[in-house]
Design a protein around this ligand. Structure first.
Ligand code: NDP
Length: 332
């Protein structure tokens, strides 16, 4: 069994935290993660500069009292730049506005591993590249810092040009609240691969289960209203998943009736764990994700148009049409 190292507030010594002393932190992008991490850095005693284009996000940063600059000026001022703009805009933005401001000895902090792992970020030589990636949406990064519950976070050193990149990583993670919940030592490769694996293996399988269950139940003569409520409109699956996180994958079974428990376990244990699903998941992990094939496809200019076409295709499917009708009847 492979286990990762975990760092929490109490296990970090003062020498590691000194990595931020006298260095200017810049938050590039004031969106979901940017606004939350900038506020957490400030409450941890730092004075981050914020870099954003001149629009409503910039207005919000100014109104909250941050030292707002253009992205290029914030990168220029930065000793440590936290790159918190959407993944798809990072390669061009880093090339045109962030990299020109970075000097040897500076640190670029990414919050997801995708662009770095797949070779899409051009970062000048001599600049450390590290990952501090919250496993949490931005609003909760802020709320859980304030209430001291914390959130899990993946951390890694991707390029250690200075020999001090690890200390910087840990100190940044601590300053945004990432060691309250536990900073798990990972890598850009692992973070990107697991994210893509959830998106391309796990969630499509779950969506397919719902779609297939809908078709079979409708063919058996049941009403759209009953079927869709049973499957997801009631939000019962969301409740079950919340209990999975709290009580365990099988620990939550105690919340269901004994009839339900017997039915679920009888069916689950009859499934072939090494069957078609396992082969499909392994294909997605190795052939699509780890090979870089998906990243190459998604980087092609025509990928955006294909995404629009795929949205149109699923919007025209029977379950989407039925859902719209049921929602309208229920006054949703
Ligand atoms: P957002 O979509 O919230 O980022 C919006 C910010 O990016 C705004 O400041 C926006 O400024 C700026 N921006 C958008 N497009 C451009 C552009 N073309 N040029 C310059 N600035 C631009 O991003 P997130 O906070 O969701 O994600 C940031 C990073 O955090 C990503 O790497 C993501 O993978 C990671 N992450 C996100 C999580 C989440 O839950 N959202 C969880 C963990 C990690 P403008 O006003 O100019 O539009």
């Amino acid at each position: 069994m492979a286990h990762a190292e975990i760092h929490q507030d109490h296990s970090i010594d003062a020498a590691d935290l000194a990595a931020l002393a006298g260095r200017t932190l810049a938050v590039i992008g004031f969106g979901n993660q940017g606004a939350a991490q900038a506020a957490n850095l400030r409450d941890s005693g730092h004075t981050p500069v914020v870099g954003n284009r001149d629009d409503e996000y910039a207005t919000a940063a100014s109104e909250e009292g941050f030292d707002l600059r253009s992205i290029a000026a914030a990168a220029e001022a930065a000793d440590i730049a936290l790159l918190l703009v959407p993944d798809e805009v990072q390669p061009d933005l880093v090339r045109s506005e962030v990299a020109p401001g970075l000097r040897a000895g500076d640190t670029l902090v990414v919050a997801s591993g995708y662009n770095w792992h797949f070779g899409l970020l051009d970062v000048p030589d001599g600049v450390d590249v590290v990952m501090v990636a919250p496993r949490m949406i931005g609003a909760a990064v802020r709320d859980r810092y304030v209430d001291r519950h914390g959130f899990p976070c993946f951390v890694s050193v991707e390029r250690d040009a200075t020999g001090r990149a690890w200390e910087t990583t840990l100190a940044v993670a601590r300053a945004i609240g990432g060691t309250l919940g536990g900073a798990i030592v990972s890598s850009a490769r692992e973070e990107a691969a697991l994210d893509l694996f959830s998106e391309q293996a796990v969630w499509p399988a779950i969506l397919d289960v719902v779609r297939t269950a809908h078709r079979v139940a409708i063919e058996a003569g049941f009403s759209e209203e009953a079927v869709l409520n049973e499957l997801y409109l009631s939000a019962e699956p969301a409740e079950v998943f919340a209990h999975v996180a709290r009580d365990g994958l099988f620990g939550q079974l105690g919340l269901h009736s004994r009839t339900s428990q017997y039915g679920q376990l009888r069916s689950l244990t009859a499934l072939d764990e090494q069957g078609e699903l396992a082969s499909r998941f392994a294909r997605v992990m190795h052939d699509d994700i780890l090979s870089g094939e998906f990243a190459r496809e998604w980087s092609r200019p025509e990928a955006g148009e294909r995404l629009e076409a795929l949205h149109r295709e699923v919007a025209a499917s029977p379950i989407a049409a039925a859902e719209a009708q049921v929602r309208a009847r229920l006054g949703d």
